[in-house]
Design a protein around this ligand. Structure first.
Ligand code: NAD
Length: 498
């Protein structure tokens, strides 16, 4: 796929208009493969947050959007899904130029995104309240589910469009309006998506995008009393800060945060499949996924054999231009992250972990001037080392042996996170036991990195609050209202509770 040439100038999208930031300032977005600026993005501030929130509030309270019924909202969502399918090549290429993930993966992700819009379009007019069989004979009671209001969607740089889709589709189906803030490192694809929101015919102000940095635009959003809910995906530190800032008006919150997921390989596993699964868990997307299987817990009896097979496959990984369909490992998205991953590699070496592969920047000719790090494997790791406890968000695997199943579950659970886990076994009893014992929002058995619009996704412990995808996700964008109607002739004693 060809990358866009020259420097592209983007506008933000507020109240249906393409506009500069109030400051008139912009900031640069880099192509991680070339290391060069390819886009200029408006540098919004709290004035733009106010503009966007006013537009979203008006659309929610009194605009055309508030007059649509749920079936009509579903039609708009379906149309948006169709437009995304039509423009998937362009959206995927934009994302790759901005974040350096593989075009082969991004094309698949963007091609799959319409399913979220179709799924929640179908749910929009199936949100039913209930008549309660109430214990008071002179009352009729029922519940209604009403949209929570204006939602702020704050997204990270690793999969900006997919992670936005997980919020946008259920929020619109529920009848909410949105203020979106993409990562300062990868704003372009979200802005391109707004062209399709416009073409689909969503009324002005329903979906707004403001661009800028977490500490100014982000904080202005999380402290803004005109916003009713925050749907956030990002790191634990930002998530904690947002949760603290959002208490002013007790915003509703879903937080999808980081992970330190373990892949458990038992002696009865099909080792060839397990090798592929562990490779895909840590080196796909250059390890820049929240669900990266960054700890390999492998039974001692197969440790050496497994490692040998694993290194043999991992060493064949083709690095290079992420736009090429044959590339298997691309660059790290940002220069800051590149330095951070290298510093964590050095930290692991200092802790006594042994480098079995990689452990340095990649200086292969096919990597050009990009921010590439060699796929890295550490052996001799103990689960209490920092490299086994802290999220790297890069292509770095820690290998830790175990002897007893209980020991494997205990180590897998012994981090502050609980996002995902992988289990490789051919013993069904062990598979069910592992699924129960592992404290993680997702447990994959004999597979890894599978997601679907039908399956809830989210974390235990410090990996987050709430779930995205699946039927329940729409209720995170709804409030439940209890309605009471009395039909007794006289109001009884007003001084006691009814
Ligand atoms: P980040 O937390 O640095 O930034 C995420 C977003 O939050 C960005 O848009 C940023 O500008 C904004 N932000 C930062 N500080 C803010 C503040 N105080 N108030 C409001 N907004 C603020 O994360 P990142 O580096 O972009 O992404 C990597 C992290 O995201 C990793 O920890 C990864 O595990 C996590 N992640 C989680 C999931 C999941 O579904 N659980 C998925 C992908 C990524």
């Amino acid at each position: 796929m060809a990358r866009s040439q020259g420097i592209k100038d983007f506008r933000c999208f507020i109240d249906g208009e393409w506009t500069e930031a109030s400051s008139k300032e912009t900031f640069e977005s880099f192509d991680p493969f070339t290391g060069k600026v390819w886009a200029k993005i408006p540098k919004c501030d709290s004035r733009d947050v106010d503009r966007a929130v006013i537009a979203a509030r008006r659309a929610f309270d009194s605009g055309d959007w508030s007059k649509l019924n749920a079936t009509q909202r579903g039609h708009l969502l379906r149309r948006l899904g169709d437009l995304i399918a039509r423009d998937a090549d362009h959206l995927a290429a934009t994302e790759v130029q901005d974040n350096g993930k593989l075009y082969a993966e991004m094309r698949g992700q963007v091609g799959y995104m319409p399913q979220w819009f179709y799924y929640f379009a179908g749910m929009a007019d199936k949100v039913e309240g209930a008549v309660q069989p109430i214990d008071k004979p002179d009352m009729f009671t029922y519940t209604r589910h009403e949209p929570v209001g204006v939602v702020a969607a704050i997204t990270p740089w690793n999969s900006p469009l997919l992670l936005l889709t997980w919020k946008l589709a259920p929020a619109l189906a529920a009848g909410c309006t949105l203020v979106i803030k993409p990562s300062e490192f990868t704003s372009a694809s979200t802005l391109e998506l707004m062209r399709l929101v416009e073409e689909a015919g969503f009324p002005k102000g329903v979906v707004n995008v403001i661009t800028g940095f977490g500490q100014d635009v982000g904080e202005a959003i999380s402290t803004h009393n005109g916003i009713d809910k925050i749907a956030f995906t990002g790191g634990e530190v930002s998530g904690r800060r947002i949760a603290q800032q959002a208490t002013g008006n007790f915003k509703r919150m879903t937080l999808e945060l980081g992970g330190k997921s373990a892949q458990l390989v038992f002696p009865d596993a099909n080792l060839d499949n397990a090798v592929k699964g562990v490779v895909s868990g840590i080196f796909a997307a250059t390890g820049q996924t929240c669900i990266a299987g960054s700890r390999l817990l492998v039974h001692r009896s197969i440790h050496d054999e497994f490692l040998e097979k694993f290194l043999e496959l991992a060493k064949t990984a083709r690095m290079g231009d992420p736009m090429e369909m044959t590339t298997q490992v691309g660059p790290v998205t940002t220069q800051t992250q590149f330095k951070r991953v290298l510093s964590m590699i050095n930290m692991a070496k200092a802790e006594g972990a042994e480098v079995a592969m990689g452990g340095k920047p990649a200086d292969r000719p096919e990597c050009g001037d990009g921010w590439f790090i060699e796929p890295t494997v550490f052996t001799g790791v103990r689960n209490d080392m920092r490299i086994a406890q802290e999220e790297v968000f890069g292509p770095v695997l820690s290998v830790i042996p175990f002897t007893e199943d209980d020991e494997a579950y205990q180590m897998a659970n012994d981090t502050p996170y609980g996002l995902a886990a992988g289990v490789w076994t051919s013993d069904m009893a062990r598979a069910f036991t592992a699924a129960k014992r592992l404290r993680a929002g997702t447990v994959w058995t004999n597979t890894y990195r599978a997601v679907s619009y039908m399956m809830p996704f989210g974390g235990f412990k410090n990996s987050g609050v709430g779930r995205e995808s699946g039927q329940d996700a729409i209720y995170d964008f709804l409030e439940t209202k209890s309605v009471w109607l009395a039909f007794n002739k006289d109001v009884p004693n007003p001084f006691v509770m009814r």
